[in-house]
Design a protein around this ligand. Structure first.
Ligand code: ADP
Length: 464
């Protein structure tokens, strides 16, 4: 899942120079508020350079977004300056004086005991008639000689609706990092300050373009490599876990059976039987997690192998519900079998069970303790098993992505899980020539339905 903007901004360090290209006031605050909050956390002095008329407005907006403006001002950690005081002293703009102004403010903040200096400026002044404003890009390029290695960092704010495209283009040439919407983007179009400040020959520009291409390719390659390493780890780890776990599982189950058969052998500690039963249950859970991991690594390699045979689907549904009922009871959840048509189909029995178990355990996990209902219906050429809960539901924008591996629409803190069950279920459905559909409303509940043709069109299906 993508990192939230606030988390991406947290990775920024002193020395960084970012532009924020925004279109709405909300977009602007979404970046500036976390930028300041991270600064306060690190004991840095924060400065906001506002349009001459909008200082009060900005203070209100920051307050509305959770910044304790007055307290931070009182503690000296937050200061406001107007564009006139900073960029346009004496009614003119001079890049070098502005950089000296920043250096002076940074040194004053450090002398006052702050660990660093972070500044954000609204750049709308650059559109004004004052002499020097046309030197904006020279200034932005020079900042790339000032910031790296200094104890300060900046976000320069550019309103895309206000600035002509030529300026935005140059802004993108002069900021190593660009905040666009929810993302902090490493900027592919960033040019070395020398290329901007000195006349850049075509020869040098071509060298730069080739360097950029190699750099871009290297980062793509690194990403692919790390995904490959993760998949390989998944495959090796799940196989390595499987062998000792199978043996442990057999031993614990034997112990459980013995405890039941000869209760007189366990007279001293009557709860021992219960404990063994718990151990059996936990080992089963662990085994099913490892199975899921193995499935994922198999699917990653492009295959779900099906063992197709005529199966009494109704009995599979009955059994899956029976098994899930045990787990549901612990959570006080009731599972109703509302309707069961008699269905026979050519399917892989274990895979079918696996999908139903995933639906049912999700319905129990995300079902808010309310009853879950299950139906099996024959529809001529196919059958549909649906599992409906009345729980937390899923937002419409998340409905597609939850079928992708590791994608989850809940926080791991509230609902632990790997985000792999539906991914595997979806692949199993596809391999049968079927599909999974979901209907859901946040706060009202979800209904997951698996539809599989009675006679699959394909057998062993390679997935891509
Ligand atoms: P996990 O439950 O381990 O996260 P799944 O792949 O089974 O993995 O589910 C993916 C995500 O889909 C879950 O994290 C959850 O956000 C959402 N989800 C699945 N089933 C339900 C449900 N019945 N109600 C609400 N959300 C669900």
């Amino acid at each position: 899942m993508a990192l939230a903007l606030s988390d991406q901004l947290q990775e920024m360090r002193l020395g960084d120079h970012l532009c924020l290209i925004y279109e709405t006031p909300e977009e602007r605050m979404a970046a500036i508020v976390p930028f300041f909050l991270h600064g306060f956390e690190r004991g840095e002095a924060c400065v906001y350079i506002a349009d001459d008329h909008s200082v009060e407005e900005v203070k209100h907006a920051l307050t509305r977004n959770g910044i304790e403006v007055h307290a931070q001002i009182a503690g000296g950690a937050l200061r406001f300056a107007t564009q006139r005081e900073s960029y346009l002293p004496n009614g003119r703009f001079d890049p070098d004086s502005m950089i000296e102004f920043l250096r002076g403010s940074m040194n004053a903040a450090l002398a006052a005991g702050f660990s660093g200096y972070r500044v954000t400026g609204e750049m709308s002044w650059a559109l004004g008639p004052e002499p020097g404003c046309e030197r904006l890009i020279e200034y932005e390029a020079k900042l790339n000689e000032f910031f790296p290695g200094s104890r300060s960092m900046a976000i320069c704010q550019y309103n895309r609706r206000l600035f002509p495209a030529e300026i935005i283009r140059d802004v993108l040439r002069t900021h190593p990092l660009a905040v666009i919407g929810e993302r902090v983007c490493p900027n592919l179009y960033y040019e070395d300050p020398k290329m901007i400040l000195e006349e850049c020959s075509t020869e040098n520009r071509v060298d730069w373009m080739i360097r950029q291409l190699t750099r871009f390719h290297a980062s793509e390659y690194k990403l692919k490599e790390s995904i490959r390493a993760r998949d390989e780890f998944l495959s090796v780890a799940s196989h390595e876990l499987k062998t000792p776990l199978t043996s442990l599982s057999i031993q614990v189950q034997l112990l459980g059976r013995e405890a039941k058969r000869h209760p007189e052998q366990f007279p001293v500690l009557p709860p021992l039987g219960d404990r063994i039963e718990q151990a059996v249950r936990q080992t089963k859970r662990l085994a099913s997690l490892v199975d899921t991991l193995m499935d994922v690594s198999r699917v990653n390699r492009g295959r779900v192998d099906l063992e197709l045979a005529p199966v009494d689907v109704s009995s599979v549904v009955h059994e899956a519900v029976e098994r899930a009922t045990e787990e549901a009871k612990e959570k006080g959840v009731v599972i109703h079998l509302d309707h069961v048509d008699s269905v026979r189909a050519r399917v892989d029995r274990l895979r079918l069970e696996q999908v139903l178990t995933n639906f049912l355990s999700n319905a129990v996990k995300y079902g808010d303790g309310k009853p879950v209902s299950v139906e099996l219906r024959a529809t001529g050429r196919a059958f549909v098993v649906s599992v409906r809960d009345q729980g937390i539901g899923i937002k419409s924008e998340d409905l597609d992505r939850i079928f992708t591996r590791f994608e989850r629409a809940v926080s791991a803190k509230n609902f632990p899980g790997l985000g792999l069950g539906l991914f595997v279920a979806h692949e199993i459905a596809k391999a049968h020539g079927g599909k999974i559909s979901v209907e859901s409303e946040p706060g009202k509940g979800s209904c997951f339905a698996l539809e599989i043709p009675l006679e699959p069109t394909q057998g062993m299906v390679a997935l891509h």
